[in-house]
Write a new protein. Structure first.
Length: 286
């Protein structure tokens, strides 16, 4: 007679998202994540069209060698890479070098967002990205956000259903969930297999109308969990077990504590907040 499966608690796993300390070169990002206790690292390898430093590894052999050395030295796994934008002036095929490098260094997922208002093009291009990523064993995780053209969860879900690729996923950023006035109840209507990871943060409760102020908060004005005006715990309770990618860019906190100190506080405050809220454990079946 086969013994019944048992369910026992497992420590929540965290990845350090590059946007948290975006000016940090990738090798040092890896070492900081390892020193401060993260389980994974989520580097930004696809930087075209984004503000800030160019962290491309495919275009910088020296940086790739240094990143490989840091990963080997620390033993820290790569979780996901970003950001494969779907935009009118971008051929998804142009991402192949970074997808190949990402897969080579161990990434399992790639983050994407949509910046084209042409829905027909969007569905075609996102589908092509999914099929390209599948060749490297990667899922493509669609994020909706205020600055793009897919700005609500319903809109992102519509894209995924139209694309209907087996490696297409939905990625929730807690700040954007709050900003677009989403309902936690709606999460129960979505396929659980759509979720691979969630980006966690807190942020001001008031939603600015000005695009520049929204961009500032997204890129440099978020809060540690429990120190903003949103409700991270309510969203996380409604989601299946998955990796929490810490994405808390905060220019004031990084200036105060330094990149490593800020990364450490991001993890410490997240763990403390989630412990208080009772959402620190994932369930694992064996």
């Amino acid at each position: 007679m086969t013994a019944a499966a048992t369910v026992e608690p497992q420590a929540q796993q965290y990845s350090l998202g590059h946007l948290t300390i975006i000016d940090t070169p990738t090798p040092e990002l890896v070492r900081i994540a390892a020193r401060t206790g993260y389980d994974f690292v989520s580097p930004r390898l696809i930087c075209d069209g984004l503000p800030g430093m160019d962290h491309s590894l495919a275009r910088n052999p020296a940086l790739l060698r240094a990143t490989r050395a840091a990963l080997a030295e620390t033993g820290l796994p790569v979780h996901d890479i970003e950001l494969a934008r779907i935009a009118d002036d971008v051929d998804p095929g142009s991402y192949e070098p970074e997808l190949a490098v990402g897969a080579e260094i161990g990434a399992r997922h790639v983050l994407s967002s949509i910046w084209s208002s042409d829905r027909g093009y969007t569905v075609d291009a996102f589908g092509r990205l999914c099929r390209l990523a599948a060749q490297y064993g990667l899922t493509v995780n669609l994020e909706w956000l205020a600055l793009g053209t897919v700005t609500t969860m319903a809109d992102a879900v519509d894209v995924l259903r139209q694309v209907d690729e087996p490696n297409a996923r939905l990625m929730i950023d807690l700040h954007h969930f709050h900003r677009s006035h989403e309902s936690v109840d709606d999460l129960a209507t979505l396929p659980r297999e759509w979720f691979e990871f969630v980006q966690i943060c807190d942020a001001p409760g008031e939603i600015p109308a000005e695009r520049d102020e929204m961009a500032r908060i997204i890129r440099a004005g978020r809060n540690y969990l429990g120190e903003g005006g949103t409700d991270p715990a309510a969203v996380l309770r409604a989601l299946p077990p998955m990796v929490y990618s810490v994405e808390i860019p905060s220019a004031p906190d990084e200036a105060r504590f330094g990149a490593e100190g800020h990364a450490r506080r991001c993890l410490e405050t997240s763990r403390a907040y989630l412990a208080r809220a009772g959402v620190t454990q994932r369930e694992a079946t064996r």
